[in-house]
Design a protein around this ligand. Structure first.
Ligand code: GLC
Length: 543
C-alpha cells in the first residue's frame, strides 16, 4: 500500500494578493494564479494552500470573511475558483483552502442581523454578546486581550442610541468570535465544508484551530496566567468539532485532509489535534520559531517526532508564512529565533549570512521525513521588507499596537516575476505603454535580481536549489519510512541518515566538516571545498 499523499506532501502557500496579478490592478488574483500554474508544477510541489479568497472587507487581509461561499471581487469570481481547482488538478496539484471558523467579518450577514435584532435576540446567540462590568456596564466583561493588541471586547451601541453589551473578538473588532456552542454555527460550517468539497478541494487549512471553543463563563485570565490553561485556547469541546468534521470529510473520496493552525505551548496539547479521528496534520511552529542552532534544531526535530508518534501523525516542517518574519531575514540576525509576541521587526540583519543560512535551512527541511511547506517567495530567497513606509502598512496589528508592532506586511510584498517592468512582472502588462497599476505594496530596489526570470537563468540560484531539492526529495525520500537516524557529529553539525543510502549534513559551526570518504554529493546549499562542508551549509550525500 502506498503512503497517503499528505504524509509527505510539499505544500506551497499562495498568498493570493501578492502572488500574481492577472488584471493589472496591482493586487494578485485568481487569474494571476491560473497563469502561473505551470511554474508551480515545475517547481515540484504537490499541493497549493490558498490564504482566504472569500468575500471580505479585508480588515485582516481576508481573515474577516463576509461570505464563505463566494470569492472576493478583488480576487475574481466563484467560477474562476472552480476553474482554478480543475486546472490545478490537471497539473497534478492538489488544492487546500483556508477555513476561518473562529470568527467572521462584522459585515457577515449573521453579525449584521445580530446587531439589528437587539438585546436578548436569538441572532445574538451565535456570537458572544455579554453585558459589561462596572456601573452601567462600561467595562469589558473580562480581562482578555486581543491577539492584535487592546481588549478583546468592543461595546456596541443599540439602534436607539443606548450603550449595549460588548462582543468578543480575539483578533480585530471587525472579526467577531463565533459561539461554537450554538448548533447553527456548527451546521453552517459543516455546510461550508461540503460546499468546497463538492467543488473538488482536497482539504482545508484551519485558521486558529486551537481557539474555537471558550471556557464556560468566560473567566478572567488574571495577571499571571498559566499559558497552558487559557480560557480561550485549547478548550476541550474543540475536539468534538474536529471529530464531527472528520466524519464528514471521510465520506468524500480521494484522501482529503485537514491541516491545523495550532499554536500551543505544549507538544502534548498540540498532538491531541492530530489524533486519528481529528486533523491530519498541523504546522510545526516550534521548528519555525527555533534559532539557527544545531542543538536547538535537533531538540525540536526530536520533540516533533516524540509528539507525533503516539498519534501516528506525520511531522511537518515550515520556515516562514504570511504571519512571520521571512527566515532569510531572521537567520541574518544576532537572535535568529522567532517569537510571535515579540517580532523585533526592525532588528538589523546581515543579508549575505541570512541568504546562506536560508539555503541551508531549505535543504534541511526538504530532507526531513514528513510534510514540508513552502511559503511563496521562499523559493526565491526573498527577505522580509523592513522599510515599508508607515503610510502604506495595511496589517491591523500596526495600528492596534499603536505602531509598536510594524505588523506582517513585510512578508507579504508582491512577488517579482521578471527583471523589468513597473511591478517586476507581478501585474500582467506592466511593461507595456499603458503600464499596470503599482503593486499594493512596493517591491524594494534590488528585487529584479531575485525575480523568477533572473533566477531561472542562474543554475546556482535559490530557485534552482528548490527545484532540484524538491525533485530529489520526490525521487529519493518520499517512499522512505518516516524516521531518521542521527549520526553523532558534535554539537554544531546535524547529520542524519534516511533509508539505506541517503545522508543529510548541516554544518552550523565554524569548524569545517569533512564528508566521509567515498561520499557522492547529490546536492549542496553552498560551495564545498573538496570533501569539506563549510559553516552554514547543508549537503545531501549518498553513503
Ligand atoms: C491566523 C492567520 C492570520 C490571521 C489570524 C486571524 O493566525 O494566519 O493571518 O490574522 O489567524 O484570522
Amino acid at each position: 500500500m502506498t503512503t497517503p499523499w499528505w504524509r509527505h506532501a510539499a505544500i506551497y502557500q499562495i498568498y493570493v494578493r501578492s502572488f500574481a496579478d492577472g488584471d493589472g490592478d496591482g493586487t494578485g488574483d485568481l487569474a494571476g494564479v491560473r497563469a502561473r500554474l505551470p511554474y508551480l508544477r515545475e517547481l515540484g510541489v504537490d499541493a497549493l494552500w490558498f490564504n482566504p479568497w472569500y468575500t471580505s472587507p479585508m480588515a485582516d487581509a481576508g481573515y474577516d470573511v463576509a461570505d464563505y461561499r463566494d470569492i472576493d471581487p478583488l480576487f475574481g469570481t466563484l467560477a474562476e475558483a472552480e476553474a482554478l481547482i480543475t486546472e490545478a488538478h490537471g497539473h497534478g496539484l492538489r488544492v487546500l483552502v483556508d477555513l476561518v471558523p473562529n470568527h467572521c467579518s462584522d459585515q457577515h450577514v449573521w453579525f449584521q442581523q445580530a446587531l439589528a435584532a437587539g438585546p436578548g435576540s436569538p441572532e445574538r446567540e451565535r456570537f458572544w454578546f455579554v453585558p459589561g462590568k462596572g456601573v452601567d456596564g462600561q467595562l469589558p466583561p473580562n480581562d482578555w486581550n486581543s491577539y492584535f493588541g487592546g481588549p478583546a471586547w468592543t461595546r456596541i451601541t443599540e439602534a436607539d442610541g443606548t450603550p449595549g453589551p460588548w462582543y468578543l473578538h480575539m483578533f480585530a473588532p471587525e472579526q467577531p468570535d463565533l459561539n461554537w456552542e450554538h448548533p447553527e454555527v456548527r451546521e453552517e460550517f459543516e455546510d461550508v465544508l461540503r460546499f468546497w468539497l463538492d467543488r473538488g478541494v482536497d482539504g482545508f487549512r484551519i485558521d486558529v484551530a486551537h481557539g474555537l471553543a471558550k471556557a464556560p463563563g468566560l473567566p478572567d485570565v488574571g495577571p499571571d496566567p498559566d499559558i497552558t490553561d487559557l480560557p480561550y485556547q485549547d478548550c476541550a469541546p474543540v475536539h468534538d468539532i474536529y471529530r464531527s468534521w472528520r466524519k464528514l470529510l471521510d465520506t468524500y473520496d480521494g484522501e482529503r485532509v485537514f491541516v491545523g493552525e495550532v499554536w500551543l505551548p505544549s507538544p502534548e496539547q498540540f498532538a491531541r489535534y492530530l489524533r486519528p479521528d481529528e486533523l491530519h496534520s498541523a504546522f510545526n511552529f516550534d521548528f519555525l520559531c527555533c534559532a539557527w542552532d544545531a542543538l536547538a534544531l535537533r531538540g525540536v526535530v526530536d520533540s516533533t517526532f516524540a509528539a507525533h508518534a503516539p498519534v501516528q501523525a506525520p511531522p511537518t516542517w515550515v520556515l516562514s508564512n504570511h504571519d512571520t518574519i521571512r527566515h532569510v531575514t531572521r537567520y541574518g540576525r544576532e537572535d535568529t529565533s522567532f517569537d510571535m509576541g515579540d517580532k523585533r521587526l526592525l532588528d538589523a540583519s546581515d543579508p549575505v549570512l541570512g541568504r546562506r543560512r536560508g539555503r541551508a535551512a531549505a535543504l534541511l527541511t526538504l530532507a526531513l521525513p514528513g510534510g514540508v511547506y513552502v511559503y511563496q517567495g521562499d523559493e526565491l530567497g526573498l527577505p522580509e521588507v523592513q522599510d515599508l513606509p508607515d503610510a502604506l502598512l495595511q496589517d491591523p496589528t500596526f495600528v492596534r499596537s499603536g505602531g509598536i508592532d510594524r505588523g506582517r506586511d513585510g512578508c507579504r510584498v508582491p512577488l517579482p516575476w521578471k527583471t523589468t517592468g513597473t511591478s517586476l512582472g507581478f501585474s500582467a502588462g506592466d511593461d507595456t505603454a499603458s503600464a499596470a497599476a503599482a503593486p499594493w505594496l512596493p517591491q524594494p530596489a534590488g528585487w529584479s535580481a531575485l525575480s523568477v526570470q533572473a533566477q531561472e537563468a542562474d543554475p546556482d540560484s535559490v530557485l534552482a536549489l528548490y527545484r532540484t531539492g524538491l525533485a530529489l526529495r520526490r525521487e529519493l525520500l518520499v517512499g522512505l519510512p518516516e524516521s531518521l537516524t542521527w549520526v553523532d557529529a558534535g554539537p554544531e553539525v546535524l547529520v542524519f541518515d534516511r533509508g539505506e543510502g541517503f545522508r543529510c549534513v548541516v554544518n552550523l559551526g565554524e569548524r569545517p566538516y569533512e564528508l566521509p570518504a567515498g561520499a557522492t554529493v547529490l546536492l549542496a546549499s553552498g560551495e564545498l571545498s573538496g570533501g569539506v562542508v563549510p559553516q552554514d551549509t547543508t549537503v545531501w550525500i549518498t553513503r
